[in-house]
Structure formats: structure tokens, C-alpha cells
Design a protein around this ligand. Sequence first.
Ligand code: GLA
Length: 399
Amino acid sequence: MSHSDEYSLESLHDRFIQKFGRAEQQTSVFFAPGRVNLIGEYTDFTGGLVFPCGVDRGTTLLIRPTYNNQYRFASTNFDLMAQLDQEEISRTYGDNWINYPLGILDQFSRRGIELTGFDCLYSGNIPNGAGLSSSASIEVVTAYALNSLLRTELPLLDLVRIAQKAENDFVGMQCGIMDQFAVAFAKADHAIMLDCHSLEHQQVPLQLDGYAIVVTNTNQRRELNESAYNDRVRECQRALELLVPDTGISHLGELEPEQLDSHEFLFVNDAIPLQRARHIAEENKRVRAAVPALVAGDLQQFGRMMNESHDSLRDLFEVSSEPLNQLVRLAREQPGVLGSRLTGAGFGGCTVSLLPADQVESFIKHVGPAYTKATGLTADFYPIAPGNGVGPVDRENGA
Ligand code: GLA
């Protein structure tokens, strides 16, 4: 189990004492990674297919019970520290990261679980707002830690649901289940083929045979914008409403592109929902083609699907941005690159590219300056080693 590498575990323990002082109760340590989605974007809340993997960056949480109904939250990433009492934890705390742990506490109390106070120090090395699920990482590590300290013994899938619900109800983002699921269930060197309707999933070995996954951060100030995301959710709901009576489908994720072709007439006054539904149907089809291609070692095909996914997110689903499009264009121009697309919710954030491992250095050398020239922004590059999901960190091997 790894943890954020900016701080050693010893120095995090020192920080914890500096912030909260010493106490008799024991401090425990947990880690949850971020995730990168390889293909299957915006399909999760329609009950479709996704294919994410964990990343080797994430959130480390040091946590200690207080038993005095006081809750203190601090982070090595932000100066803000909050001290709340029992009544205050059920209300949102401004518009900042503390709402993620608060949303989890709220979900635990709604399930009738008694809470009596915690000191929590978070330390993350996932870039914020980059589409790598720093928020799901905070939520899932908190839910996992509470489950362990309170001995509630909820199965991991329940913790995933708690984390998603925290984000839906407390933070107000109507996200699907992909991020929280990936962060919880990730397995090193694997990606997860997840059916977001049945929650059936399969761990697929990422045998990249000399290829590498590189995540590139646009560093575009993200204007997301829960509202743009929630708009897409609503547009997809509208498409489903129109389709249900004639097709009998129960969720948009089961819609086939051909089925949509023959029901276009239902959308005479709903051009936008039609466009969104087309993306969903085709994206699911792409995931169904891409994953077996990867398993069969046909990385070319996988890369083609990644490219088509981006183009559809740009043109049909309209969640891309100029910097994302520039980055994707420049990536695809580099020798040997098989595919490049935006990953996560878009509107800025990161791209993910598949390229020969021995070309990574030259990729960074060429794309970096060309991107700056085109946009005035500076990109960051993170070659990804798919890591494990949430778990405890022990002092011996975590430091
Ligand atoms: C965000 C959401 C996910 C998913 C992606 C887009 O990361 O949290 O649920 O919808 O966007 O695929």
C-alpha cells in the first residue's frame, strides 16, 4: 500500500500532533488512490459501462477518535482547518473540501450509526480539479476509516454507495458510481470493466506490452461547475423519458445506436437530448469493443476507440474545452501514439493517452512546449502505474 509521497508517514504523524496535540487514543492511517478512466465517459449515471483504473497517487488520512463530540479537519494541502461540534456536522461548510468528509459523516448518521468525534488530517497528491477523482478519494478513504474505527463492518460496496450518496446529497453533484467504485476496488496493474447498472465487474489485467498510459493535465482553470454536469444528467433523463414508452428500455445504458436511429422521430423538439443519447449509445458500444481488444492485445483498436470517445465527448456530449482539444490534437500528432482523449468530467482537467513506453520522454518534450504555444498554459505529465484501491497503511511498510 502506498501513500502520498510528498510527506513521509513519520512527518505526517508529526503534523498531526502539531495540529491536534497528543492524546491517549491511537491514530490510524488509511489511503485511497485517485482514478483515471480509460474509456466509457459519462455513461455511469445512465447505467452504462466504464473502464477505469486506480492511479499511484491519492489521499492519505490520519484519523483519531476524540469521544467528545468534536470534529477537527485539517489538510496538508490547504491552510483551512475546521473545528465543528455535533450539530454543525450535518450542515455544509462553505464551498470547500471539508464537505466531502462531512457528507460521509452525514451518511453514517443517517444509517443510525453513532458518531462521537474525530480528528482527521488529510494529505493528498492528486492534482485538484484535474478529473482524477481527488474528491472520491477523500470520500472513500473517510468512509473506509469510519467503517474500520467504528467497527460497523459494512461491505466495501456499501461504502462506495455511501460515498456516492454523500456527493449526490451533501455536495450536490449528481455523479454516477464510477469514481467511488474505482477508488475502492482498484487493483494494481488492472483496470475495472464495470457495468454501472448491475454493478457486475471484472478486473482486467492491463498488459500494455511496451505501451504506457500518460495522463496530461491541461491546468486549465476548471469552470465545472456542478451545474454543467447536472445539466448533462438532466438531458440524459429527458432522452430516457422519450424513449421508454416506445422501446421499453429501463435505462439509457442499454440503448443500442441502431435503436436510437429508428427512434429519432421521438426527438423532434429535443435535439440536445438526442445528441446526448447518441453519445451514450455509441460510447457503450465502444467500451464493449475496446476491452476485448485490449485483452486480445489489439492496442491499436483500443486506441482508435479512445480517439472516437474524445471526438464524441467534444461534438455530441459537449464537455470538452479548447485546451483539452489542443492537447489531444498535439498528442495524436506524436509518433506511435495510439489514442488520446479527455478523461473524467471534462471542461478542463486531464487527457489520457496511450503510447509506446520508449516514446514517453519525447512525447513530453514535444507536447509540452507546443501546448504552451497553442494555449499559453503549461501542461503537467503523469505516467500512470495503476495502483491498488482503498486500505489501511501500516507504519512499517507505509513510511
Ligand atoms: C465525473 C463523475 C463520474 C462520471 C465522470 C464522467 O468524474 O463523478 O461519476 O460521470 O465524471 O464519466
